[in-house]
Design a protein around this ligand. Structure first.
Ligand SMILES: Cc1ncc(COP(=O)(O)O)c(C=O)c1O
Length: 491
């Protein structure tokens, strides 16, 4: 676009650019496997290639796209690459990309029903589809946020209001309130502490309860901690149970936790950010046990429902409770709220909201329930297969029971697993093994051939593979396994 013209790009020129971009996207998807999975640059390498000052005059789109090719794409970790096996491997899909593209020209603000009826009503529809898919009763209704971290913060704000009424109005200071406590397992995600920081509860009031040998919260210890706190005059606010923990995708005994919460009148929040998707796979239906006892549940369709980042749903039993804490209508929007069944601005701190529901609607209609389930099943199959390969190689051991698409394992060298007897100069001290496992991951990631993550389990460093990419096939996984073996041998 000429820097002299006002308004938008002329239609013919825009059409040409769109075609060019469509080809770029299709080429990127088709040839992604030929790219390095990750760069091996030092921090600042990308910035160095870009001007420090914003452009004075407008630049042609072709030049911008060429910089994307030459500077941006080589500086990326390609989460969509079939050899990307890190974190929870969320995926790009063609329908997901189409959904994102469709959202761009509409560019609406879904803050009230009036500001965009279709965005508001479609949000209600997709939230309800997801609720049905994971078997939640219709006592639950929800809202779409960007991430699970934001979801948990809102859930805990409601829980806080229930034990300390009028906090919304008066805040926490100078009210003679007891110390407020949140309980969760030592395996739960750090978003619990982030929420406590944001809500003025204090991160030290998130009590981490030890987990058992399968990385599930110890419910007896949970009960004891709650009882001790009560005796000492502290006030329990909520328990967070996790369905699919970050390191091993372990699943807490939700029903037992739920019964305890009911008995103690404590808010139960379920963090099913990762596990939520798998709950619709028939073999994993057992994971839904006890969900009916929850007050709130967060599910991240951008992890396991193939929706492009970002897209997280918070369900609350009796959603009015969330509305009571966050609804605040400024005068200039009052007219907008008349008639509306739901104005999503009432369900969180955000006012302006993007039209996230559209991309979910596109991908879920494109895949259907059976398409979603089949793809999740394939992730489970691949994870089990990898676990078998690991079991059959004496130099490695599984560090946790594989769960959903996650496998944690450790290189133990030629030391026999049972007794870790040192053999001919092979370093076998656990600390050295920690370093070696970390080195294997670092070396593979630096090679650009594959990408995996490391985590700590019971203080020991382990390698971790998280499947999730629709492009990652058994051949890719096998290649990844060979790269791990080769790298371990070379060290
Ligand atoms: C179990 C669990 N809960 C919550 C989160 C936070 O998710 P988000 O990035 O959507 O805030 C994560 C992140 O991976 C997670 O693993």
């Amino acid at each position: 676009m000429s820097s002299q013209s006002l308004g938008d790009t002329p239609p013919d020129e825009f059409r040409k650019q769109l075609h060019e971009l469509a080809d770029w996207i299709a080429d990127f998807r088709e040839h992604i496997e030929g790219l390095r999975v990750a760069p091996n640059d030092k921090p600042g390498a990308i910035r160095q290639q870009l001007p420090r000052r914003a452009p004075e005059e407008g630049e042609p789109f072709e030049r911008i796209l060429s910089d994307v090719d030459n500077v941006i794409v080589p500086g990326m970790v390609h989460w969509s690459h079939p050899m990307f096996l890190g974190y929870f491997g969320w995926t790009s899909t063609a329908p997901g990309i189409l959904g994102e593209i469709l959202t761009a020209p509409l560019n609406v603000n879904a803050m009230t029903w009036r500001t965009c009826p279709a965005a508001t009503e479609l949000e209600t529809v997709v939230i309800d589809w997801l609720r049905q898919w994971v078997g939640l009763s219709d006592e639950f209704d929800g809202v779409i946020y960007d991430t699970a971290s934001v979801g948990i913060m809102h859930a805990l704000a409601v829980a806080r209001e229930e034990v300390a009424p009028a906090t919304r109005k008066l805040g926490l200071i100078d009210r003679n309130l007891p110390r407020l406590r949140i309980y969760t397992s030592d395996q739960a995600h750090s978003s619990a502490e982030k929420a406590a920081i944001a809500l003025g509860l204090g991160e030290e009031n998130v009590i981490r309860i030890p987990s058992d040998d399968q990385f599930r919260i110890d419910v007896n210890l949970l009960g004891q901690n709650i009882a001790t706190d009560r005796r000492n005059g502290l006030q329990p606010v909520a328990v967070i149970a996790t369905v699919g923990t970050t390191s091993t995708a372990s699943v807490d005994p939700v029903r037992d936790i739920g019964n305890l919460c009911r008995e103690q009148k404590i808010w139960l929040h379920i963090d099913a950010a990762y596990g939520g998707g798998f709950a619709m796979v028939p073999e994993y239906e057992w994971m839904r046990e006890g969900w009916e006892l929850a007050d709130s549940i967060v599910i991240n369709p951008h992890k396991t429902f193939f929706v492009p980042l970002d897209f997280s749903v918070l369900y609350v039993r009796d959603l009015k409770r969330l509305r009571c804490v966050f609804s605040l209508v400024p005068e200039y929007l009052r007219g907008d709220t008349v008639e509306a069944e739901k104005n999503y601005m009432d369900y969180g701190i955000q006012l302006g909201r993007r039209f996230r529901a559209l991309k979910a609607w596109v991908i879920w209609r494109s895949l259907g329930r059976t398409g979603v389930v089949a793809r999740l099943r394939e992730q489970i199959r691949l994870a089990s297969l990898l676990a078998e390969w690991i079991k059959n190689d004496d130099r490695f051991e599984l560090s946790a029971q594989p769960s959903m698409g996650v496998v944690c394992f450790r290189w133990v060298g030629s030391a026999r697993r049972a007794d870790r007897t040192p053999q001919r100069g092979v370093p076998t001290s656990e600390k050295k093994l920690d370093q070696l496992n970390s080195d294997i991951v670092e070396r593979i990631n630096a090679s650009g051939r594959a990408y995996l993550t490391q985590t700590k389990l019971r203080g020991r460093t382990v390698m971790r593979i998280g499947l999730g990419n629709v492009l990652s096939t058994e051949q890719h996984l096998h290649k990844g396994w060979e790269i791990i073996q080769e790298t371990a041998d070379a060290l």
